[in-house]
Each structure stands twice: as C-alpha cells, then as structure tokens.
Write a protein that binds this ligand. Sequence first.
Ligand SMILES: Cc1ncc(COP(=O)(O)O)c(C=O)c1O
Length: 416
Amino acid sequence: MSFEISALFRPKLPAPASARFKAFPTYNFVGGHNDAASIPVEALTAAAARVIAREGKSLATYGLNSGPQGYRPLREFIASWMAESADTHDSADEILITSGSLQALDLVNQLLVGPDDMVIAEEATYGGALTRLAKLGVPYLGVRLDDDGIDMSHLAELLESQKNAGQPVKFIYTIPTVQNPTGGVMPVKRRRHLLDLAARYNCLIFEDDCYADLVWSGIRPPTIRALDAEAAVAEGRSNRVIYCGSFSKSVAPALRIGFIMADWPVLAQILPLKTDAGTGALDQMVLAEFCKDQFPDHIARLRARLKSKCDMTIQALEEHFGTAAEFTAPLGGIFIWVTLPEGVDTKRLEVAALKEGIAINPGAEWTVDGSNNRRRMRLCFGNPEESEIRGGIARLAEICHREFGVPERISNIEQS
Ligand SMILES: Cc1ncc(COP(=O)(O)O)c(C=O)c1O
C-alpha cells in the first residue's frame, strides 16, 4: 500500500509553504528587514565573548538562573531604557522576554480572544497581526486612521455599535509610534483620548511598539501604558494596556527577541501559555551585554542611516512616479505607505514586479478592508542598498507604467 504522508495531516491546516527559500529578490522592499551595514558586528562579537566567558556556565540550566520571564539583566536593561526614553516605569518583574514580538502577539491573542470575541485594529495595520486573528477565527473591525493615528470619533462609533449589538470589543490593537504601515506617531492627547474610550467601554489596549526607537527625532512620546499607570494605581486596578516591544527593528530581526510589559495577573496567566521552555539564551545574553553600554549610540547611528534611506526612497518615488505616488513622509521606521492612482492593483503589480526581482507589499495584505486598498503598497527601505533603492523604484515605475499606464511618463530609468 502506498504511503501518502499528507493524508495523515489534520484537517483545516493553513496552506503549505509554496516553495523552499532560494534567495531574496534583488530589490527587496518587503518585510521588516534591517540595514545590514548597521548591524554592530564587532560590538556583538565582543559582547558574546565577554558574557559567555563570564556566565556561560549558567547555560546548564533552563532559564539561565533568571526564571521563565527571561534573562534578568536583559529585563533590567529594558526597564531602565523604557523609563529613560518613554517615561514608562515598569520594573523587570513586569517584563516577559518573548521570541520576537510575534510570539508576544500569539500569547496575547491566546490569553484574550476566541471566535466569540471582537477586536478593533487600525484600518491599515501590520499584516502579521491580521493573519493571526484570522487564523484563530477572531473577527475584527478596522478603525479609520489619519496622520495622528486612530480617528477617535470613528473608534467611539465602533465601540458603541458593538456594545449595542451585544458583542463588546475585547481589545484595541494599535501601533501608535511609527505606525505600520503609515509611519505616523500618535500624539499624547490622542493617547489619552484612546484610554478614555477604552475605560468607557471596558476594553483593553494592546500597544505594539516595535518601531518606537526609530522615530527620526529620537524623541518618542510616553507609551499608552505609561499614561494609564497613575490612574490604575489610584483606582486600585490593573493597567488596561498590554505593551509589547522588540529588538528586531532596533538591533536585528534574526535575534528573535521581543518582550511583553504587563501587570503580574496578565503575565502570570501568559507564562503557562509560553511552552517553549525559554527564549534563546545566547541571544538574550549577548543582547543584554551589548545594550547595557551601547544601545543609545547604536540607535542614533541606525536612525540617521535609515532616515537617509527614507529620503532617498522619497526622492526616487518623486523622480520616477511623480504625482502618481501619494504618501506622507514617515516620522521614523523602515517603510513608506504609498497610494497609487485608481485602477492600479498592487497585487498584480507585485506579481509582475517579482518576475523582475522586485518585491513589494501589496496594500490589500496590510489593511482590514483589503479590497478597498488595492491601489496601495508598502515599500520597506530598511534593507536595500542605496543603489538598489534607486534602481528598484525606477524599475517598479517602469513596470507599473507597462501594466497600468501610470505613471504616465517614465523618466530616464537608472539600471543598476
Ligand atoms: C507592528 C509589528 N509587530 C510585530 C512585528 C514582529 O516583529 P518581531 O517578531 O520580529 O519582533 C512586526 C514585524 O515587522 C511589526 O511590524
């Protein structure tokens, strides 16, 4: 009898991976990849040597003598950095190290929601958050955004109509500081307004903040979690914000180090859900050793480099797409959210561009209402080299012109 292994897989699995990895496309404007030249290779090498020589024997234990919340010196660094940079005063005990902030998303979803719940996400948001909710069968609604983030009157409408429909909202998922994909930063006043609405409708806020260290000005607003701290203490309740951060964008995505900041009742219930026996120990040790003296200088350099790539991308868009590409210059981060003229379908553009080695994120995958966002695309400028940015955008304009007739005219294409 022939043996068909896939016949034994359980039903309702996601679609299998379409192909094995071969190589990144030549012009890689997708994903959250970082700037290769900014990886602090020498400093990480030295940090690894130091910390392993000093503490390597603790690798003999699960959890590095720090318990299931993660390597204590790393949690202490995060606590001190959040206090210094974001006026957020949680201690190392309110931090759980996760395997990237993607694991934080999984854990928070597991803690809070199932198919009977309702979540509100920003109308344009991180595609990985939407696919996770969809996989769990959790319904979600999109709240309108403007340059300052969530439109509070629309949020109030949604919260009210959900309440009236007998399906109140469990949590609002927001990326307030360098929003993905718009690149905007929510001002403090709006953060407070968001907290007021969450309090009125008794829901939670899930604050996903992995780009916050990449605000060009180097000055980030206090976290929404910090803004709720005083009232939480005064009212003798838990903070209604669960916060997650990551070192993927500020140091390196391959490290897979993120974190959750939340009150103990939340962490105590998340810990049994984190069944991986701890996030990679060496990654945590090396990162903590590196960060304790070098993080501020490192991110200042990284920000300057990303800002210059951002400027270059904007220049290339203006040169090659002209007025056909509309966007608001991001306030930090690694991407630009572009709207193309009516009639352009960025899903089709993606397919055509990939054949020529250019990868883009089509807008439909980065929005709650995908079908109404087909003419948008997200371009990540973090990883491509300068010549690839210029060459890639020029070619993309040429392909878009060929497929959709926009931009109407093509400037002298720089082939590189
Ligand atoms: C908003 C947001 N959250 C979470 C993640 C996941 O990042 P990581 O798991 O690498 O920390 C990303 C990655 O791009 C993101 O953009």
